[in-house]
Every structure is written in structure tokens, then in C-alpha cells.
Design a protein around this ligand. Structure first.
Ligand code: HEC
Length: 139
């Protein structure tokens, strides 16, 4: 009786341990993948994705655009911005490359007069960092 109880306990602990190991592995993979995406986006744009995320929040972009994992970005006025790095065209007219993304973020009214996206007076560096942040989002 006592023996079967300790056997059960042993297997329960073993199962819990394996579960924790699997969880740590998944978390590690996630962080590794995220870091790789961020490094890639930084190299492509010359911006800082982490600072870009902070700027994205500060300018209130999330009031109109949803981005997964950014708590304040739940807006549904404009298109969701996850996976934007994989799009061919942005804002319905520009080839998707860093210069164009920055141009759009800084001056949407000049690119598309009358678009529902307002000019938010985003500075050069901020636009570059936000671009890096957006390009670091695979999905
Ligand atoms: C008042 C709402 C609003 C705010 C605030 C806003 N946007 Fe937009 N955004 C839009 C709308 C609407 C569109 C679609 C415009 C179009 O295609 O003409 C758009 C389009 C975009 C696109 C192109 C999306 C695509 O699928 O091609 C990007 C990128 C973008 N916005 C980034 C930003 C960033 C970064 C900020 C903050 C600096 C921001 N937006 C703030 C409404 C907004």
C-alpha cells in the first residue's frame, strides 16, 4: 500500500517535471524566434524594434490597429498589423520596403490625401524604430 503510494508519487513528480521541462523548452524556442525576428528587422531597417514598440504605444497607433501581444493595441479602425512584414503592398499603394513604411507612418496624408489615418507628427527616428518593430512581427 505504502509502496504503491510512493510509486504513484514518483510518477506524479516525474510527469510534473517533464511538463515543466517541455514548458521551458517551448518558452525558450519562442524567445529565440522572437529575438531572431527582432535582429533581422533591426538589420533591415536600421531601427530598434524594442524602442519601436514603446513608440507604437506612445503614439497611440494601437487605438486604430490591432497587434497581437501588445495589450493596448486592439483598435479596429485600420487593418491589424501582424504579418505586415510579409505583405507586398502597404496602405493599398506602396511597395513594402522600409523607406516606404517610414514615409507612410510619418506622412500618410501626403501619400494618400484623405486617408482615415491621421498625420501624428512622428519623428524620423521614431518612424524608423516603429518600422523595425512592425517588421519584427512575423504574424
Ligand atoms: C485614427 C486611426 C489610425 C491611427 C491613430 C493610426 N492609423 Fe495606421 N491606418 C489607419 C487606417 C484607416 C489605415 C488604412 C489606410 C489606407 O489604406 O488608406 C491605416 C494603415 C496603416 C498601415 C498600412 C497597413 C496595411 O495593411 O497596408 C500601417 C503600417 C499603419 N497604418 C501604421 C500605423 C502606425 C505605426 C500608427 C501610429 C504612429 C498608426 N498607423 C496610427 C488608421 C490609423
Amino acid at each position: 500500500m505504502l509502496r504503491s503510494l510512493s510509486t504513484k508519487l514518483f510518477f506524479a513528480i516525474l510527469a510534473a517535471l517533464l511538463f515543466v521541462i517541455a514548458l521551458v523548452g517551448i518558452l525558450y524556442k519562442y524567445v529565440e524566434q522572437r529575438d531572431r525576428m527582432r535582429m533581422h528587422a533591426a538589420a533591415e531597417t536600421g531601427g530598434d524594434p524594442s524602442r519601436g514598440e514603446a513608440m507604437f504605444i506612445e503614439y497611440g497607433c494601437g487605438s486604430c490597429h490591432a497587434v497581437e501581444g501588445v495589450r493596448t493595441a486592439t483598435g479596429m479602425v485600420g487593418p491589424p498589423l501582424d504579418g505586415i512584414a510579409l505583405r507586398v503592398i502597404i496602405a493599398g499603394k506602396l511597395a513594402n520596403k522600409p523607406e516606404n513604411m517610414e514615409k507612410w507612418i510619418r506622412d500618410p496624408q501626403q501619400v494618400s490625401p484623405g486617408t482615415a489615418m491621421p498625420d501624428l507628427n512622428v519623428g524620423d527616428r521614431d518612424a524608423r524604430d516603429i518600422t523595425a518593430f512592425l517588421y519584427s512581427r512575423a504574424k
